[in-house]
Structure formats: C-alpha cells, structure tokens
Design a protein around this ligand. Sequence first.
Ligand code: ATP
Ligand code: MG
Length: 567
Amino acid sequence: MTEAEKIDNTEEKKSVNFIEEIVRADLAAGKNGGRLNTRFPPEPNGYLHIGHAKAICIDFGIAERYGGTCNLRFDDTNPVKEDVEYVDAIKEDIHWLGFDWGDRLYYASDYFPKLFDLAVRMIKEGKAYVDEQTSEEIAAQKGTPTRPGTESPYRNRPVEENLDLFMRMNAGEFDEGTLTLRAKIDMASPNMHFRDPIMYRIIKHPHHRTGTKWNVYPMYDFAHGQSDYFEGVTHSICTLEFEVHRPLYEYFVKELADESYCPRQIEFNRLNLTYTVMSKRKLLQLVKEGLVSGWDDPRMPTICGLRRRGYTPASIRNFIDRIGYTKFEALINVSLLEHSVREDLNKIAPRVAAVLNPVKLVITNYPEGKVENLVTENNPEDPEAGTHEIPFTRELYIEREDFMENPPKKFFRMTPGQEVRLKSAYIVKCTGCKKNDAGEVEEIYCEYDPDTRSGMPGSMRKVKGTLHWVPAALSKDAEVRLYDRLFSVENPAEEKERDFRELLNPDSLKVVTAKIEPYLVETAAAGNHYQFQRIGYFCVDPDTTSSHIVFNRTVSLKDSWEKAKTK
Ligand code: ATP
Ligand code: MG
C-alpha cells in the first residue's frame, strides 16, 4: 500500500478540510522526506482566546491525525509587550485544551544569533541596507499598490558601511527609532510587502529571556519563516491576514532552504464571534482598566475565562470542529458555541436543586420536624451517574417566578387550586399565600398528597408542572454570578465610530444569593459542573471557600441556537 492509500484508508474523505487535503497530498508526494511538522506560534503578549483555540486545534490536531509533530514556539520578538506571565498561561491553556508539544518547546529568541548571522550575510551579499530615515519617512515613501514607492537615499550605501552601522546598532550606539535594517528588494513591487521591508529595528527594552544581550530585534516577517525553517516545520498554518505576507515569507526562507526541505505557509479564516472582541490589544485594555475582573473573567473570550465560566475542553473542540476551516472570513454566532457547551454538560453535569429567587412554601399538612430523605437521579442522560438524597421538610423554598396568584391561561406552575409536582417528592395542591403590606408574596401554602410520593403508584397521576425546590432549614446560601454577553452589540469590531468600551453590556453580570440543596453544599469544589434543574449549567468558582460557595452561570438551559436553526 502506498502512503497515499494508507491515508485514504484511515480517514473518511468527506470530513477533510482544505488544509488536510494539502497535507495529505504533500505526504503522499513524499515532500520533505514524508515528514509532517506543524507549529503553534503565539506571541506572549496576552492570554490565549477562543480564536487561538481554532489555530491550536488545527496545528496540533492535524499533526496528531497524520502522525506528525507540532511545536510550541513563542514568537517573542518584541520585548516591550511580552512577559513570562503570558508564557506560563499559554502553556497551561494549551494543556487544558488537551494538546501537548512534548519536548518541542521553542522560542523565536533562540534563533536571534542565527537570524543575526543571516542578516549579516544578506548585507554582505548586497541584499540589505541600513536606513537612517524615521518610520514616518519610510512610510511616506512606500507608495500605493498602484503607484511605486520611492527609494531611500541610503539604499545604495556600500556594504562595509552597512555592516559597520548594523554592528553598532546592535552594540547600542543608536537610539530607538533612528536606524533600521531593510531588505533591498523592489520599491516598485505590486506586493507592498516587497517594498524594502524592515528586517530589524532597535529596541532597548530588556527581553524576558535574553535580557539586554540584543539591541536589535527582528521583525515578524524576518523571524517567522526562518524560525519555521530552523525547526524543520513543514506546514506553517496561520490566519488569512498573513496571505499577503506569504511571498515575503517564501523570499526569506529561500535564503536558507534547498530542494530537500522547505516550509510551506497555509492560511485559513480566523474565528470571529458575535458579542465579543478578539483583539489582544482590546482585551488587555479591558483588563488594565478594570472593566473586567482579569484575563480570566468569565465574560472574557479567553481560554482561562471560558474555563472559569465552566466551558469544557470538549465543548470548545466540538465547536471548532463544527465551524471548520475555510478561506472565507465569517462572523460565527456565539449561540453555536453555547450550544456545544450545553451538549457536553448535558452528558456530564449532575442535576441538582438550587433556587435563585427564593420564596417560602409551607406544606401545611406535612408534620413539623419530619425529614424524609428522598432519592433523586444525578443524571438521566448517564445511567452510571447514580443518585443522591435530598431532604424533604414541611418548609421549602421554590422560585418566586413559579408562583402566581392570578395567572394567565396555561400557567402550569403554582397557583391556588392547582396541583403541581415537586421534583422527586410529592404532588402538592396550592391553597393560598400570605403577602406583606407592600403586596409582596411572603409565603405560599399548599397541601401534599402522601400517596403521590415519587416512585409510588400514586405519583403516576398526571399533573402538568414540575417544580424544583430545596428544604428551607437544611439548605445553604450560595453566591451565584449570572453572566451574560460582554457586549450589547453583535459585532463590536464593526462599530468604527464608537469606542468599543461604550458597547459593553451593562447587564453582563448580576449577582444573586441562592438557596442550594445539602448535596450541592457537600460536593461543590472549584471547577465542578452542575445543572441547576430548570435553570441552566453552573460551575463552582475558584473564589469558593469552606464557608462561602460561589457559582458561575456557564450557560442557561434555553438553546437559542436550536431555535435559530429551526426558524
Ligand atoms: P496580535 O494582534 O498580537 O498579533 P494574534 O491574535 O495574531 O495577536 P498571536 O499570538 O500572534 O496573536 O497568534 C498566534 C496564532 O494564533 C497565529 O497563528 C494566529 O494566526 C492565530 N490566531 C490568532 N487569532 C486567531 C483567530 N481569531 N482565529 C484563528 N486563529 C487565530
Ligand atoms: Mg499575531
């Protein structure tokens, strides 16, 4: 069997995206000695977000799928914005998503010496020169796609002078913003990136790994392709905005590569999601200005924010699978992500009772002081999940919204004269309520039918509504953080006229004190997922202490994606 046939036999063709098609074809053709090596190249200047997850899933995923390897390479070429805090967080998030780089951890800064040597060689070969113009002057000479640029007056400096200046730039003799090293390519090229791009600039800020060793730092375009080459990367998968950089990527790589091996850049559409922003600069601004509680604020689209919110790695990966990889920019409805989260939590989250807006319910014919430990299923979706007990007492809490004194038609919950089922307990009939002077309901009264205990034949009686409840004296208070979308407009990035901070949703966080059942008090540990029956999925926040339990709402039960689909 040939390599190509082997691949065709192991994978179903129809689920293959265009990137996989390229990889399969290259493997089948025996390119690069039949090797597959990808890389994920984050710049450690912020935390990873769900957009990066899309890149991670293809970079690591495709290597896993086709027997290749994937490097983690920190693209740390700008010391001003970078920090080890970000390096550590990025590693943690990739592991949490379920991927591993093994011993393939690299830094672009590892290649500073080799890149410097290459720059020196290019100077010697007349392919690079030191420019003394400011960045404004250089920009003004760039021209437009239809009008050629103007050559720098320093373009034809002798090699010796270029070499001397470049060495002195690195020795720290010149200030930031004065000299640059530029590639001497073509100021009239239709590709703007070929108009003598900057290879090196002076930066005097210490680097988090190399300290003050360097005073010149390579630009992205002069570092990325070569780093790929140094590591033996075969497929350099990135987002569409780099498509216009590809010829330059190839130009610099050709300075190093030969016939036997050459990395190849492939671009896909980035992930954009409704009701959020994905720019690291903006996310950093939200954090710095205290508009969110931190990078891991559960409203943030960051991986650590989603984790704290209660999203699972499986739900994120399923979502990424669903949206796929194409060549077309799109804005993805966040309700599809929420749908994937619900789908996963539905399988794994124990069902528990929590009352978010409690009002007391008194069962007037139930003995005072009596406690019955009733059995309730942990997860109807998972027969292995077992059961737990919930104590039933004369006084309970139910949701205030579940009672109406004068309800409209088809109100199947608690109202005088009507029967409802209390989940895993009894059928009760409402007899009335007590109100305070302001007209607010203070207590609701009902009578239970002892023959309708859950599991007994009498419980088979048909009633339309089932309510969740917790025992009044035996329940505990918990803080519940109800999160909503961070922005109130669908596409904040599109609203160019307004500062994105004005578009924040003022109601993105509401905090309530809920009553929770004893089982939940006993089991709640940071990171645990639960379904609060009839309400939504919640997870235990790390702010939780032994005396104060905090929950985050992950997602409500109502699935707006299913609704949108059937419209
Ligand atoms: P910056 O604006 O700082 O360049 P960035 O989001 O591009 O931010 P990087 O750390 O350079 O951040 O990104 C690492 C990798 O993740 C790149 O290959 C990039 O293409 C990819 N990536 C970034 N944002 C997205 C996104 N929204 N969807 C898919 N991939 C993304
Ligand atoms: Mg980038």
